[in-house]
Design a protein around this ligand. Structure first.
Ligand SMILES: [Mg+2]
Ligand SMILES: [Zn+2]
Length: 271
């Protein structure tokens, strides 16, 4: 079972909704957010919104409190996948503070071997500052499919390359919903799986040209369905792996060699 890497988007995938919108809406700053959205990059806008909330007396604790109320339906599935030996990772355009706060609250932070997202810090005034994982004022990531601050495809390629360099042959499962999840989906190969959330941008983009990815496509609608399908998929992949190891072709020689010399016929113990 150690042969499966599951890469999750975070917003609208692990959690049911978008964490940025949730915090802004719950803390009553939706109007300003909507006014600035057409004229600012998302990541810079969230930094501006955190400053705005701070000036209104909303503290880090208020933000954390709101994040802990985010609806999530995939916690048992994540625990089960981790317990089965899958390598779970997150690639998200949210930020470290939001993701860590939610995962710590749910008690599943340690299920993930890696979280790739935008860095955050709390400054000396107690204000949350958001930064881009790539500094797009100095250098864009150069990908025309992705927002300027983050190309998830580059991150996927780095994960794939590091596993190959360790000599590990893995199957990938990628779960996501947004247009930013399209680029990493294109990096998947034969035998991998992409799981787009139905009726959202990633699903639309893949549906326009399903042949664009060599991976198998499995769509899902909500957290309950995601959880069920992911565990089914992990079971299916691992049963196929086990069947390969235990196939009669693989068993005849070792079983025959292990038998006492007086035995005249090879015995196949499996099947
Ligand atoms: Mg998302
Ligand atoms: Zn990209």
């Amino acid at each position: 079972m150690a042969g499966i890497v599951v890469v999750f988007d975070f917003d609208k995938t692990i959690i049911d909704l978008d964490s940025d919108n949730w915090v802004v809406d719950e803390l009553g700053a939706t109007d300003l957010f909507d006014t600035l959205l057409p004229i600012m990059p998302w990541n810079s806008l969230m930094d501006r919104m955190m400053t705005e909330l701070h000036s209104q007396g909303k503290t880090i604790d208020h933000i954390a409190e709101v994040l802990k109320r985010v609806p999530v339906h995939v916690v048992p599935a994540i625990r089960a996948a981790h317990a089965l030996g899958c390598d779970l990772r997150i690639v998200s355009d949210a930020n470290t503070f939001f993701i860590d706060t939610i995962l710590d609250h749910l008690g599943i932070r340690e299920c993930f071997s890696e979280i790739n997202t935008n860095p955050c810090l709390v400054d000396e005034e107690g204000r949350l500052r958001n930064f881009a994982i790539h500094n797009f004022y100095k250098s864009s990531d150069g990908c025309n499919l992705c927002p300027p601050n983050m190309c998830k495809g580059i991150i996927m390629e780095r994960i794939q390359a590091s596993l190959i360099s360790e000599g590990k042959k893995k199957k990938f499962v990628y779960l996501g919903d947004g247009s930013g999840d399209y680029c990493p989906s294109l990096k998947l190969g034969e035998g991998d799986f992409v799981m787009p959330r139905k009726n959202l941008p990633l699903w639309d983009l893949i549906r326009q040209n399903p042949l664009v990815t060599k991976s198998e496509i499995q769509e899902w609608s909500d957290g309950e369905e995601l959880a069920r399908m992911l565990l089914n998929l992990i079971n299916t992949i691992s049963m196929a792996e086990n069947a390969q190891f235990l196939s009669p072709q693989n068993m005849i020689v070792p079983v025959y060699e292990a038998l006492p010399s007086s035995t005249s016929k090879p015995t196949v113990l499996v099947n």
